[in-house]
Write a new protein. Structure first.
Length: 178
């Protein structure tokens, strides 16, 4: 992670990669959603939570945003690291691969750990939350809210934070068993 520029996460490119793989495999969007969900089939059976919606995937074509947690489903299915979807990325980099996860696990962002690393660096750099929000192009509340976030933040913000920290996203992603 030598390049210290903060580049946006390209949700449109993520959608295009999903659509390309979907087309290659001859799947509908329902089929893609089903395959994403089946990656964690054992965990899903235990947890009894609801599957990812095909609309979560297709809505990215009209509104290029996705949550950091939903993006992990997609990245896992594609076998790609988040950094490969930063604007200007030339491809996947083996040094930033996501953790492996079997059918008994699901990839999750460790948002409290991300918050702690961000807060520590912010303090070291002598920045206020407003200062850091300006650097990252968001509101201070979006940053401080990560301390108590239960589910997710936007993937673009999560990736702007890890770039500012100079660390790969994989440092803040784990294979959850709940």
């Amino acid at each position: 992670m030598e390049d210290r520029r903060i580049r946006p996460f390209d949700v449109a490119a993520l959608y295009a990669a999903l659509d390309n793989k979907r087309t290659e495999l001859g799947l509908s969007w329902n089929g893609v959603a089903g395959q994403l969900w089946e990656l964690s089939s054992e965990l899903n059976d235990r947890r009894k939570d609801h599957p990812i919606s095909p609309a979560t995937l297709t809505n990215m074509a009209r509104n290029p945003r996705t949550s950091c947690q939903h993006a992990l489903f997609m990245l896992r299915w594609l076998g790609r690291a988040p950094e490969s979807f930063l604007v200007g990325a030339t491809g996947d980099d083996d040094s930033v691969t996501l953790p492996a996860a079997g059918p008994d696990r699901r990839l999750r962002w460790a948002l409290k750990i991300l918050y702690a690393a961000m807060d520590e660096r912010r303090r070291q750099d002598g920045l206020t939350w407003s200062d850091l929000a300006t650097v990252l192009g968001c509101s201070p509340n979006q940053l401080t809210g990560l301390r108590t976030a239960k589910f997710a933040t936007g993937m673009d913000l999560a990736m702007r934070i890890v770039q500012w920290l100079g660390q790969p996203a994989a440092h803040f992603v784990y294979a959850a068993t709940w």
